[in-house]
Write a protein that binds this ligand. Structure first.
Ligand SMILES: [Fe+2]
Length: 215
């Protein structure tokens, strides 16, 4: 624990119980002492996942409104440059454990992927240049046989420069580059996805495959 993080004065009190004249239990809190402490939010609660993703989405919106920052950060050519570039790896913050990753992916026209989730973490997508089509998927249980789930597209939309979308832990989506030349997509992974157990899904066979993404 670094002493500089102990920014909060915490008062410690102890409860004692007594009974009043009619036998009701009364609780009284007595001051014991005070200490300097740090406050860390509890991780793993859905409400916190959403709050984290929303906060990051707002920051990414601001980031995408700054012209030229990505060209300065990486050697982004005027055309092409397809592939992945890691921009920043944090070691302290994120979900479900410390450490998020900011990266960008440059996609070819028509480039897509299978529906997938992001394991136990959330992911925020922002488009810097070009456009991608986002499609969300969900499991559907037919009335005729509720033990035979089918993967169905839930909604699709085109994400353009400056547009943000995020996906919570377990949500299923896939992307397709719908730009004529390329799509430059900035992505913040709530926890670095490399090595995390995830699923990818085949809507033709309604099957899910467990996998881990590479570095
Ligand atoms: Fe994804």
């Amino acid at each position: 624990m670094r002493a500089g993080r102990l920014r909060f004065r915490v008062m410690i009190e102890q409860a004692t119980e007594s009974k009043n004249s009619v036998g009701e239990v009364l609780q009284t809190w007595n001051y014991v002492g005070s200490v300097w402490a740090d406050i860390e939010p509890i991780r793993g609660e859905e409400r916190l996942n959403i709050a984290q993703a929303q906060a990051v989405a707002r920051h990414m919106k601001d980031l995408l409104s700054v012209p030229g920052w990505l060209e300065e950060r990486i050697n982004l050519p005027a055309e092409g440059g397809f592939g992945r570039h890691d921009l920043h790896q944090d070691e302290e913050f994120g979900h479900p454990d410390g450490g998020f990753l900011l990266m960008c992916g440059i996609q070819r026209p028509g480039q897509d992927n299978l529906p997938h989730d992001h394991g136990t973490t959330w992911v925020v997508y922002g488009v810097y240049e070009g456009a991608i089509e986002q499609t969300k998927w969900r499991w559907s249980y037919p009335e005729a046989d509720r033990t035979a789930p089918e993967l169905k597209p839930l909604e699709s939309w085109v994400q353009k420069p400056g547009d943000i979308a995020f996906f919570l832990p377990g949500e299923i989506h896939h992307t397709c580059c719908v730009a004529d030349d390329r799509a430059v997509v900035v992505r913040l992974e709530g926890q670095k996805l490399a090595g995390m157990l995830r699923h990818r899904y085949d809507p033709k066979t309604n099957t899910a495959e467990l996998y881990t993404s590479g570095s």
